[in-house]
Design a protein around this ligand. Structure first.
Ligand SMILES: Cc1cc2nc3c(=O)[nH]c(=O)nc-3n(C[C@H](O)[C@H](O)[C@H](O)COP(=O)(O)O)c2cc1C
Length: 244
């Protein structure tokens, strides 16, 4: 089994997202998968021009000559694709969005109807990999991932596949915070388990999914504690200077 992760954080290897993806792929590799970790920040990916030339071309070729041809090859070689992102304005990062838009050559221009009676493009041919979503955000609550949860449903429909795991982490600033290392180690152990589970069982179990949604520290006031820590950080960073 081959798993390819596409990390859409502008911070690449330094990102909070990478802490999650790294643990997930470690678990997956331990369970026997071949894993590849792609940092979109290191790639040249131009915006889709919307010209549909890829659909008119028999070889499904895009007119833009950048790193996307290589990345589409990687995407298509995977059994499982991981879309990984920080939350930006309640949504996926712009880098990940541009990458997903540029998967258009894999689509098919014709209109068909899905099981719910809604119009959909058929896939161009061949099986689509199954998907995993991994995301973190700066705010502490899990409620901030509403848009991503809905996006995952829509992407599964559009690509005629399924998300076998969705791993969302509020309070993401702590993932690379040395003072939170112990708490984060417990969390990454769980993400590692998730990676193992997805390879061994084909999907995340309900029990692990629920544990992944729990706050980073077992306190009913995790959000308050985290907010105070973040505000202290900004007090120090701003050194008493008032914001305009
Ligand atoms: C442009 C921008 C928009 C952001 N929007 C949100 C947001 O809507 N909600 C949120 O909780 N955090 C938001 N954040 C905070 C990031 O999600 C947070 O810093 C995250 O830990 C960054 O992950 P990374 O290190 O993997 O890039 C935003 C950050 C940036 C730079």
């Amino acid at each position: 089994m081959k798993i390819v992760a596409f990390n859409g954080s502008p911070k690449g290897k330094e990102s909070n997202t990478h802490v999650m993806v790294g643990a997930f792929l470690e678990g997956a590799a331990k369970a026997g998968a071949d894993v590849e970790n792609v940092f979109l920040a290191e790639k040249k990916i131009d915006h889709c021009l919307g010209c549909f030339q890829c659909w008119a071309s028999p070889a499904a070729e895009c007119v833009l000559k950048d790193d996307m041809a290589e990345l589409i090859g990687l995407f298509s070689s995977a059994d499982i694709v991981v879309f990984a992102t920080p939350l930006h304005n309640d949504n996926i990062s712009s880098r990940l969005k541009i990458f997903i838009d540029r998967l258009l050559p894999l689509g098919n221009p014709y209109f068909a109807v899905d099981a719910g009676g809604e119009t959909v493009h058929p896939n161009r041919g061949g099986e689509c990999p199954t998907f995993v979503m991994i995301a973190n955000c700066g705010f502490p609550e899990q409620s901030h991932f509403q848009v991503l949860r809905l996006l995952a449903q829509r992407m599964a429909r559009n690509y005629k596949t399924e998300f076998v795991a969705e791993i969302y982490r509020g309070g993401g600033a702590w993932l690379t915070e040395p003072a939170a290392a112990e708490v984060v180690a417990r969390y990454t152990d769980l993400v590692r388990e998730a990676g193992e589970e997805v390879v061994a069982a084909g999907r995340l179990s309900e029990g692990t999914r629920r544990r992944l949604e729990e706050p980073l520290i077992p306190s009913p006031d995790f959000a308050g504690i985290y907010r105070q820590a973040v505000n202290r950080y900004w007090d120090e960073a701003l050194g008493g200077r008032k914001q305009a």
